[in-house]
Write a protein that binds this ligand. Structure first.
Ligand code: ADP
Length: 566
């Protein structure tokens, strides 16, 4: 660009100089020829006036001698100062002109001398014409000393031209370079970059427009980055998966929850989704005609889960679907709860039905029994079944009460006192078995929670210890603090629990052996487990068949609890 501007301006100047010089020389030439013609006319007039046709050698122009020719009416050369033997000159235009009008001049090629010559012919009388001539070459338009000045001027003009061109280059190239630099910086992410050009011309206005454009671009980019960040934050914190794919199933967007759900650990933007989600149902659901639709799918890989997937088309500005967005909800827990609930209802119905059927059967038979002994036997059975029914309903109510209470009472109580209350009640109630309860109280800090629930929990464990023992039972209860935990152990020397049943004994309605049910509802340990959970604790069981069982409750002391103690 720089070289081109310099070369173009130099060419323009040189061309202009050539044109000007040529025109100038041409003008000077014409002026000089006219001057020469005038001089020749004067010489002719002097010669005619003084009648000195014999001596014509003194006349010079620019140190070169003037040639004189005298021609008669027929064109014959009477005299010529340079040539003696000359052809007829009647065809020469200045001779013809002079005979016709008295005086005539011309500047033309001389056939005699073979050079360009300036002529002036003057009529002496009706029969003779005198013609003065001087070679055009001898007319010095430029004197040598002027040539020197001419070249000096040319040199300075070219120098000036180079200087001005460089200034022009700087005026054009600098802003262009600045604009190029700013464009590059902006393209590389430096949106705050502006150009620093304050000229009052087209370039200045271009720079202004550029800066305005950069300002708008920066605002738009900041705005879109803000939106992008918000969107990313929302997507990342969402408790459901979001996947967007284009029409070729290439991933446009996937949030961390969805990645986690499908066990994807890498960046899969731009990859085909079917390579990462190995589930035909999901992939074919994605491929189907994009309409808003919801489907429940059972995912098998990487972890079996129940998913509810909602699909919506992504529509572009021309209202053409360009992909689909899926929102994936993990409904495994909801499904599991639904299952537990329906199973619970089935179990409750079943458990209620058994004593009710029995009661109904015996009550109906009673109408026809007249024997008092049998009657009393039947009434005893009805009484027992009613008690079982009452126990069952009580346990169900306790369980539902625990499950429904969102927040437990937060009262400080002494666990030892509660344990002693339970022991008193159990020992003083009518027992068919010989019961011995030892309480090893090593001191336990005040617990925070619902005292009644804690009571229920210990009572259930102690009652089970009695229920599942032989005729004589020794129950050892131990309460102690260790580090940040309070421990309560309830150990018996009863019938024990088979190893394979241990993992299931805390389930609702689970009884180790229905034949040894001993009137139990199968809900006692489920209630215990719930209460332990409410106390933010854990329960462990160790058991050996025919040796005995030990339940250990571990409760974490809360900060609040410590505050209470202070
Ligand atoms: P239930 O009301 O039938 O006693 P639980 O939920 O309290 O129901 O107990 C579940 C099962 O665990 C019982 O059926 C019983 O077989 C067993 N079990 C509970 N505690 C003991 C224990 N201390 N010794 C032996 N078996 C027990």
């Amino acid at each position: 660009m720089k070289k081109r501007i310099l070369a173009s301006s130099l060419i323009t100047v040189i061309f202009a100089l050539i044109v000007v010089t040529c025109s100038f020389i041409a003008l000077l030439n014409i002026k000089e020829i006219n001057k020469t013609k005038e001089l020749l006319e004067v010489y002719n007039d002097i010669i005619i006036k003084n009648n000195t046709f014999e001596d014509l050698s003194e006349f010079t122009i620019n140190k070169s001698r003037v040639r004189f020719t005298i021609v008669d009416k027929s064109g014959n050369v009477i005299k010529d100062t340079e040539n003696n033997n000359l052809e007829n000159h009647l065809d020469r235009e200045e001779i013809i002109g002079a005979f016709e009008s008295g005086k005539y001049s011309s500047a033309r090629y001389s056939y005699t001398e073979g050079i360009n010559v300036v002529y002036f012919a003057t009529k002496i009388d009706e029969n003779t014409v005198i013609r003065a001539a001087v070679p055009l070459n001898d007319i010095k338009v430029f004197k040598e000393m002027y040539m020197k000045y001419y070249f000096i001027i040319i040199f300075f003009v070219i120098l000036l031209c180079i200087g001005l061109s460089l200034k022009l280059i700087r005026a054009i190239i600098y802003p262009l370079k600045e604009l190029e630099l700013a464009t590059n910086k902006i393209a590389n992410g430096d949106y705050s970059r502006r150009v620093n050009i304050h000229t009052n011309d087209e370039i200045g206005s271009l720079a202004n427009t550029f800066n305005n454009m950069a300002e708008q671009l920066q605002l738009k980019i900041i705005d879109s980055m803000d939106k992008q960040n918000k969107l990313e934050a929302i997507l990342e914190s969402m408790e459901s998966g979001v996947i967007a794919v284009d029409n070729k199933q290439k991933v446009i967007l996937i949030n961390p929850y969805a990645k986690n759900l499908f066990g994807i650990n890498e960046n899969i933007i731009g990859e085909n989704i079917s390579e990462y989600i190995i589930d035909y149902d999901i992939i074919s659901f994605m491929r189907d005609i994009p309409e808003i639709e919801t489907k429940e799918i059972k995912l098998m890989h990487p972890i079996p889960r129940e998913l509810r997937i909602k699909k919506a088309p992504i529509i572009n500005s021309k209202k053409i679907p360009i992909g689909v967005v899926l929102t994936v909800l993990d409904i495994s827990d909801i499904k599991r709860l639904e299952n537990i609930r329906s199973q619970f209802v089935a179990n409750v119905s079943h458990e209620l039905k058994t004593p009710l059927t029995s009661i109904k059967g015996f009550a109906e038979t009673l109408k026809y029994v007249e024997d008092n002994n049998t009657r009393n036997k039947f009434l005893d059975i009805i009484d027992k079944e009613t008690e079982r029914l009452t126990n069952l309903i009580n346990d169900i109510l306790i369980l539902s009460n625990i499950e429904n209470s969102n927040k437990m009472k937060e009262e400080g109580f002494k666990a030892e006192e509660v344990i002693e209350d339970v022991i008193n009640i159990v020992v003083n109630s009518i027992n068919t078995k010989e019961v011995e309860i030892n309480f090893d109280n090593r001191g336990i800090k005040e617990l925070l929670g619902d005292r009644d629930k804690f009571y229920q929990m210990i009572l259930n464990l102690v009652e089970n210890a009695i229920k599942y023992s032989k005729d004589k039972v020794i129950i050892n209860i131990k309460a102690y603090d260790k580090k940040n935990y309070s421990y309560i152990e309830v150990e018996d020397d009863g019938i024990g629990i088979p190893k394979e049943d241990l993992p299931r004994i805390f389930e609702r309605f689970y009884r180790v052996d229905k034949s040894r049910a001993k009137g139990g509802t199968g809900l006692g340990l489920a209630i215990v487990k719930h209460i332990v959970k409410m106390f933010n604790g854990e329960i462990f069981v160790d058991s050996i068949v025919d040796k005995g069982t030990k339940f250990t409750i571990k409760i974490r002391k809360t900060k609040k609890l410590t505050d209470v103690n202070i």
